[in-house]
Design a protein around this ligand. Structure first.
Ligand code: AMP
Ligand code: MG
Length: 340
């Protein structure tokens, strides 16, 4: 147990697995990581969503290294990770009542709030972190190692997923190692991520809240607190710029197809992610996927990583239900697929 941090435990639709993570990182490692971060270096660390590639969010040069290492376009803003509501408040121009309600309910957890940046005093979030936008995306992660690291560093951490741009997000330290071992200064291993897909991104920088990306907190859970919610695609074109929402993101290198009623591509060998329908042919590698949205999300990237490592010709996905709690899983499958 990292000193001072109780395991986080909360229930939600994409986390009816308890968000309870046994930290496997000793405090000495956290201190070493914190010193590296303060010296402008990069540290990969576990969160409940995916592993993050972290830098001091107040250090523009360190953040520039994140973009370089990932090959990430400068138009894609980074999420800033905080260890408390107070830290978040110090980075924004104002903290609306809605932010307070949402943070009290869902933090620590997989919800990123986008708010206008404060520019009046230091410390202020440099423009490179937010891709030049006047807003910043903030999140308090529900992972004891992540929280201990931010506290020990004493600064907010800018952290996108710890993979190269367009690669699959990492949900284990091993995934990070395979992708970025030569580029990062330290990888903290906190075990597999329990949520397993990226955070929900909600903008509070417009007159009404807008869902920019579905994720670990479902639309239904948000609407219970804030009422009906617009999505980015419902908003008028150009009115709500959210760079970084690249349509083909989160993709395995193996071609991924949405399979209808078990129908498979002609050329084998392939891997079939069964939800309910058995495959139309027996000569496939079959993976039975979990039946709940939370467990499916937690398993998805690991299964896709394994499919990539197995060098199959294709991955076919037997689609899960189209009910609201599956919105984030469908979003990731759509972005990963070549026939969506
Ligand atoms: P990730 O690549 O998982 O770290 O998520 C970063 C995503 O959060 C970006 O691609 C954007 O979609 C979103 N995001 C972060 N900061 C902002 C911001 N200031 N305004 C709008 N969207 C943001
Ligand atoms: Mg990413």
């Amino acid at each position: 147990m990292v000193k001072g941090f109780a395991p986080v435990s909360r229930k939600s639709s994409l986390s009816n697995l308890q968000l309870c993570v046994p930290p496997t990182v000793d405090p000495g490692e956290i201190d070493r990581a914190a010193r590296l971060l303060r010296a402008g270096r990069l540290v990969a660390f576990p969160t409940e969503t995916v592993y993050g590639l972290g830098a001091n969010a107040l250090d523009a040069e360190a953040v520039a290294r994140i973009y370089a290492v990932k090959g990430r376009p400068a138009t894609s803003p980074l999420i800033v990770h905080v260890a408390s509501i107070e830290m978040a408040q110090s980075l924004v121009a104002n903290w609306p009542e809605l932010a307070e309600r949402l943070a009290r309910r869902f933090w620590p957890g997989p919800l990123t709030l986008v708010l206008p940046k404060q520019r009046e005093k230091q410390p202020a979030i440099p423009d490179i972190v937010t891709a030049g936008l006047p807003t910043v995306g903030l999140r308090m992660p529900a992972h004891p190692v992540a929280l201990a690291l931010i506290q020990a560093a004493g600064v907010p951490l800018a952290a996108p997923s710890a993979n190269r741009f367009t690669e699959l997000s990492p949900t284990t330290a091993e995934h990070v190692h395979r992708s970025l071992a030569s580029e990062v200064d330290l990888i903290l291993d906190g075990g597999p991520c329990t949520v397993g897909i990226e955070s929900t991104v909600l903008s509070l920088a417009e007159p009404g809240p807008i869902l920019l990306r579905p994720g670990g907190i479902s639309r239904t859970e948000l609407e219970e607190i804030i009422g009906p919610l617009d999505s980015a695609q419902d908003a008028p074109t150009g009115a709500h710029p959210s760079p970084g929402m690249h349509p083909r993101h989160y993709s395995p290198t193996t071609t991924l197809y949405m399979a209808t009623n078990g129908r498979l591509p002609e050329e084998g060998p392939g891997i079939y992610l069964q939800y309910q329908h058995p495959p139309s042919r027996p000569d496939v590698i079959l993976r039975q996927m979990p039946q709940s949205a939370a467990e499916y999300a937690a398993a998805l990237y690991e299964v896709l990583h394994q499919a990539d490592a197995g060098h199959y010709n294709w991955i076919a996905v037997d689609l899960p239900p189209h009910t609201p709690d599956w919105e984030a899983v469908h979003d990731r499958l759509r972005r990963a697929a070549s026939n969506s």
